[in-house]
Write a protein that binds this ligand. Structure first.
Ligand code: ATR
Length: 279
């Protein structure tokens, strides 16, 4: 069979997903294609019609359609329902089911790189409270870590994440200055805002003065690969985790849902980094 996958969103012309999924198809020994369906709000219904007609096997959904896509689905995974967002749709015998793979993709990426990091003693600091933070907050909670504090510019927006709390995880909502003071308490710091992204590469969301060398600092921004925050963390002697790994593992999880193949993609982290660096 020849698999048909794709991505809907706007703008998506620079998406790395076609490259990622062609690597996965090669690795799995499967035939298939991954097409970009670029379109603004007006064309969404006709794009959806096209995907239905060609019986697409699965597709990814990105900005600005992660919420509105729900109207076109037959079924919603419970986590996607709680998060109120879908980034992966699976065609199950003609019925479309929506999932959110952002958070689990992030968790897979960090567990692959730091297998002993997440456990019942782990304290996490989440920086930011947007769409990406929501998925990561939920998925880290599902790993049964001890604490996930959320720091955000607007504390009200951070409080919106509290209903996503999983199990017994403890959470305090902090301002950035409060988080900077408590920095030595965390095993993992996850930066989820767009601060530091190209072209604003000289921006850094918090100061790392109080960082311990044992802490892992993770940034979901992957352009540039070495954000100012990560460079600073590295200078402090801490371990770092780059953003492109999340992208790869989100894709791995989507590919698994579409094909049933659970691929070992560890070696592709560096290959994707080289691609992003233009090597
Ligand atoms: P995404 O879906 O990519 O996570 P989003 O939902 O727009 O994007 O969320 C953006 C996040 O980045 C929010 O946490 C936002 O902080 P506020 O809720 O206080 O607005 C944060 N953010 C964006 N630009 C920022 C900036 N210049 N300084 C601090 N935080 C910023």
């Amino acid at each position: 069979m020849v698999y048909k996958f794709g991505l809907i969103g706007h703008p998506i012309e620079h998406s790395l997903s076609p490259w990622i999924h062609s690597e996965f198809l090669k690795l799995a020994g499967l035939d298939g294609e991954y097409i970009l369906y670029e379109g603004n709000q007006q064309v969404l219904p006709s794009v959806i019609k096209q995907l239905k007609e060609q019986a697409i096997d699965g597709f990814n959904v990105t900005v600005p359609y992660k919420q509105v896509i729900v109207d076109y689905l037959d079924e919603l995974d419970p986590d996607a329902e709680i998060l109120g967002a879908v980034n992966t749709v699976v065609n199950q015998n003609g019925k479309w089911k929506g999932y959110s793979t952002d958070g689990e993709g992030y968790v897979r990426s960090i567990v692959d790189r730091y297998p002993a990091l997440l456990n019942r003693e782990t304290s996490v600091l989440l920086l930011g409270a947007g769409g990406a933070a929501r998925g990561i907050y939920r998925a880290l909670g599902q790993q049964q870590v001890k604490r996930i504090d959320i720091a955000n510019r607007s504390k009200e927006k951070a409080e919106d994440l509290l209903p996503l709390r999983f199990g017994n995880v403890q959470t305090s909502v902090l301002s950035y200055p409060e988080a900077e003071l408590k920095l030595a308490e965390y095993d993992l710091v996850v930066q989820t805002t767009s601060v530091g992204m190209k072209p604003n590469v000289d921006k850094q969301i918090i100061s790392l003065t109080n960082l311990r060398t044992q802490t892992v600092v993770s940034d979901i921004v992957y352009q540039p690969i070495m954000t100012k925050l990560l460079a600073d963390a590295s200078k402090c002697g801490a371990s770092i985790h780059h953003g492109h790994a999340m992208l790869l593992y989100q894709g791995q999880l989507a590919f698994e849902k579409w094909t049933g193949k659970n691929l070992d993609v560890t070696h592709l982290v560096d290959k994707l980094e080289n691609k992003l660096r233009g090597v």
